[in-house]
Design a protein around this ligand. Structure first.
Ligand SMILES: Cc1cc2nc3c(=O)[nH]c(=O)nc-3n(C[C@H](O)[C@H](O)[C@H](O)COP(=O)(O)OP(=O)(O)OC[C@H]3O[C@@H](n4cnc5c(N)ncnc54)[C@H](O)[C@@H]3O)c2cc1C
Length: 485
């Protein structure tokens, strides 16, 4: 049995949300940690353009931030989003009436837009400032090139092409979906990796602030232009702009491949996202310049190699972004890894094994639900059957708060294991289908029968004590005045 640090230095590869947060937890346990990151320090150089600039932060990501004492700093830079603002298909005027589909009935049931760079910078600052515990040192522009498990050595390439080799006792692979640490572990044998590429990709464009620096859309909603096979979404940034992301098939009639020429892109935007045309005068230029990203679900087994290595975050479980959960899942997993290490202080290999047993079923469940949510977002949100069921689920959640919570809410606002959210949602879906049968609105639903059916359900589990409702501001005024639209 070996304790962490007993057999050599503690190293993290990757300073994304998982690696940076993990370094704080490990320092808190008293370890001296070095984090190697292939990119430059994002606090000094802008490296985020065109790649998932902002993210939706929800309860599972908030809890670890409360745990490490950073939530007040995070509160200052998040924008609450209270629901989905649906932009209908229209080629008239300002794009037709918008409708807000609230995420919940309770005030705290909101998600929070946060800039990836801001979150990561807060985490890295806090890691470097760790005092009275272990210490954290970041080495930027160091790309992992090789893991030699026999010699316990990691080889890194620096930005200038030179190489350095460092010894390690344990390496934590927090190096994202294409993890090199995971690849090296797979080469040892014993694990599996299954990457399922989605036949849809994404591209980001910026909706700039208006002439007075004002938000051009309501910043307190997640905007969706649902168009069946594809969709555009937009989340506000504190600087007054929005990051909009087009998710669409890679090939086919309405696809990235078909949007091959500026005039086609121009008419596509005019037809599909009419209200954006005047708000984003350079949409076509941005579309041409920004990269098209690929999306995949990566399921792996064999997350650890004895005491020497473990993967965490996207490196262990990468999912498609349609539930806004990849980072939330990654941060929840980091907290779980911290707990397993503390529960097995003398046996790090066992801690790693327990971590996988604990988290793998959760990761697989949210991977499935994230894929399902793409269909819900691009088509379901304007489907009458979906809309009545969603409204009924919210109503039942309010009438029977100990028994019912819509699937979206169990994923975003609870801390129950994802697989429990998935199985409860399947049972609730049967119940909703039964209750809305023949109803054209929820006024037609037989609520006595609903009460009988709900009675059979097990009570909802309690929230993690750190998941205090309202820990992030839910009614924060927009940082800038909202322009009337
Ligand atoms: C379009 C899009 C939208 C998303 N929206 C959301 C959202 O709203 N909410 C949400 O919760 N999640 C969202 N996600 C998912 C989220 O981005 C990821 O789940 C999250 O970033 C995972 O964090 P991580 O630290 O595990 O990995 P990463 O963020 O990928 O970080 C890995 C780090 O490792 C570094 N690295 C990689 N290889 C090496 C190497 N060989 N050597 C050294 N360093 C290396 C990388 O440079 C990077 O800094 C979205 C993803 C996409 C693509």
């Amino acid at each position: 049995m070996t304790a962490l640090g007993e057999n050599g230095p503690v190293v993290i590869v990757g300073a994304g949300p998982a690696g940076a947060l993990l370094s704080i937890y490990l320092a808190r346990q008293g370890h001296d940690v070095t984090v190697y990151e292939s990119r430059p320090d994002m606090r000094q150089i802008d490296i985020s353009a065109g790649r998932s600039i902002n993210l939706a932060l929800a309860t599972r990501g908030i809890v670890p931030l409360v745990d490490v004492g950073l939530i007040d700093k995070i509160d200052a830079i998040t924008i609450p989003m209270k629901g989905r603002m649906i932009h209908p298909e229209s080629t008239e005027g300002d794009g037709g009436p918008l409708t807000l589909q609230p995420y919940g009935r309770a005030d705290h049931e909101v998600i929070h837009s946060i800039a990836r760079t801001d979150l990561n910078s807060i985490l890295m600052d806090a890691a470097e400032a760790a005092t009275g515990t272990g210490s954290v040192r970041f080495e930027f522009e160091h790309r992992l090139r090789n893991v030699d498990f026999d010699r316990s050595e990691l080889r890194f390439e620096r930005a200038d092409g030179s190489e350095t080799t460092v010894g390690f006792g344990t390496v934590f692979g927090a190096d994202g979906g294409g993890s090199d640490v995971r690849e090296a572990m797979l080469a040892l044998g014993g694990g599996t990796e299954d990457t399922e590429w989605l036949d849809h990709g994404y591209k980001e464009i910026t909706i700039p602030p208006g002439p007075e620096g004002e938000f051009q859309l309501d910043p307190t909603a997640l905007h969706i232009w649902p168009r069946g096979e594809f969709m555009l979404i937009a989340l506000a940034n504190p600087s007054g702009d929005f990051t909009a992301t087009l998710f669409a098939p890679n090939d086919g009639p309405e696809s990235f491949a078909a949007l091959s020429d500026p005039s086609i892109v121009e008419s596509f935007f005019a037809e599909q996202f009419h209200d954006l045309v005047t708000l984003v005068p350079d949409a076509v230029e941005q579309f041409q310049e920004n990269p098209t990203g690929r999306l995949a679900t990566m399921r792996a087994t064999g997350w650890s190699a004895g005491v020497q290595a473990v993967v965490v975050g996207d490196a262990a479980h990468a999912i498609v972004p349609f539930h806004g959960q990849g980072m939330n899942l990654a941060m929840e997993s980091v907290r779980s890894l911290d707990r397993h290490l503390r529960e097995n202080p003398a046996d790090v290999a066992r801690a790693f094994e327990q971590f996988e047993v604990d988290r793998k079923p959760s990761a697989d469940a949210i991977a499935d639900m994230a894929l399902d949510n793409y269909i819900e977002m691009r088509a379901g949100v304007v489907d009458p059957d979906y809309m009545i069921k969603r409204e009924l689920a919210l109503e039942l959640g309010q009438r029977f708060p100990d028994k019912i919570s819509p699937r979206y809410n169990m994923v975003m606002f609870s801390t129950m294991p994802y697989q429990e959210a998935q199985s409860r949602a399947a049972r609730q879906a049967e119940l909703l289908t039964d209750l809305v049968s023949g109803a054209s609105s929820i006024a037609d639903v037989d609520f006595d029968r609903a009460a009988e059916l709900v009675e059979e359900l097990a009570p909802l589990p309690a929230l993690d004590p750190l998941a205090r409702p309202g820990v992030l501001s839910t009614d924060a005024p927009p940082r800038l005045p909202l322009r009337e639209v």
